[in-house]
Design a protein around this ligand. Structure first.
Ligand code: F6P
Length: 364
């Protein structure tokens, strides 16, 4: 029997289970393939005792509707930077990639499918360069991978964010308030932009268009010129003022190397007050609600296609490649291509023109 190992890495994302199910179901059609899962990305291989589970049709039945990942995940460490505690209590990292490749060989794996975002796919490329037959599947609610038009999980996050704005509109209107809602997305404004258009926000602030606080104040003043008004602002966590910087901090969690974004809604609120905005403002951070729960149908379909395609790439020996969705086609790109550039919102795109066309202000 041939063996493929599946793992999920980075932040969880609605649709991960649908990818796993797609891989297992497609593999089941081949008589000579077995699928295994590594718990918490590569940790399942590197930990003692190892945590590797057999995945068959029974273990994946019905999982496509569930959020999270049955294989668990991690945003810390990895085979190239495994956290180790030194004698003085401080932490360092060691490269365990060679040891891991040996372990995979000893266990008889013929291929690996890594489902993860840009960080995970960079690790995939490094492992591929060391000889591992690996296929990538793009995952993130942020939609910030440039080689694919959509990552699964994004549409679910947008739905969650739009539903939240719909609710905030009613409370904003009742209290004549400005509601500021912060959404995820890291350095890209995809979730904010889609939610602002879908729900009809007055202001949308994204990292790609640094804002001028006075322009936002003007837009809000306009909403209150009859005396009473209300307004909804959607702000991406990575948004920043002109000549300003992102609201982020380093994490104190061992092995967590990413900057932790969050809190820009409160910063904007304070800036508006300082600029003379005298209406009532409330802030909310939507946070991990955007990542939890069941994927919407679009994400289930996309994730299932990604899973089936990823296994077919294994069958064809298309290693060092990532599944992608481009121009309405499921296709594949090299991992190098996939991780080369970041997928920012194009400020000249029709999506931005549409938002401006319906009166949404970007504060520019
Ligand atoms: O990349 C996905 C994402 O949800 C970002 O939108 C957000 O900044 C980050 O992950 C949050 O990460 P964590 O779950 O580690 O706090």
């Amino acid at each position: 029997m041939k063996k493929v190992l599946v793992l999920t890495g980075g932040g969880d994302c609605p649709g991960l289970n649908a990818v796993i199910r797609g891989i297992v179901k497609r593999a089941h059609k081949e008589e000579d393939w077995e699928v295994y899962g590594s718990i918490e990305a590569y940790n399942g291989v590197l930990r003692e005792p190892q945590e590797i589970v057999h995945l068959d049709n029974k273990s994946i039945a019905g999982i496509h509707v569930k959020g999270g990942t049955i294989l668990k995940t991690t945003t810390k460490g990895g085979p190239f930077s495994w956290p180790v505690q030194k004698e003085d209590g401080t932490w360092d990292t060691v490269d365990r990639s060679d040891e891991m490749l040996e372990k995979l060989k000893d266990m008889g794996f013929d291929a690996v499918i890594s489902i993860g975002g840009d960080g995970s796919q960079r690790i995939s490329q490094l492992l591929f360069e060391k000889g591992l037959p690996i296929v990538g599947v793009p995952k993130t609610i942020d939609n910030d991978l440039s080689a694919t038009d959509y990552t699964f999980g994004f549409q679910t996050a947008v739905q969650e964010a739009s539903d939240a704005v719909d609710k905030l509109v009613t409370t904003a209107e009742s209290h004549h308030r400005v509601m500021i809602m912060e959404v995820m997305g890291r350095s890209a404004g995809w979730i904010a932009l889609h939610a602002a258009i879908a729900a009809g926000a007055e202001v949308c602030l994204i990292p790609e268009i640094p804002y001028d606080i006075m322009k936002i104040k003007e837009r809000l003043d306009n909403r209150y010129k009859q005396g009473r008004g209300f307004a909804n602002v959607v702000i991406a966590e990575g948004a920043m003022p002109k000549d300003g910087s992102i609201t982020a901090k380093m994490s104190d969690e061992i092995g967590y190397e990413n900057l932790r974004l969050g809190g820009v809604a409160y910063q904007l609120s304070a800036q508006l007050k300082a600029a003379g905005c005298d209406v009532d403002i409330r802030e909310m951070v939507l946070g991990h609600l955007q990542r939890g729960g069941s994927p919407v149908a679009f994400d289930r379909v996309l994730a299932t296609q990604y899973g089936v395609k990823a296994f077919e790439m294994v069958l064809n020996g298309d290693f060092g490649q990532m599944v992608a969705f481009k121009n309405n086609q499921i296709t594949q790109v090299s991992l190098i291509e996939a991780t080369k550039s970041y997928n920012y919102v194009d400020v000249d795109s029709y999506l931005i023109k549409t938002a401006r066309g319906v009166g949404i202000s970007f504060g520019d």
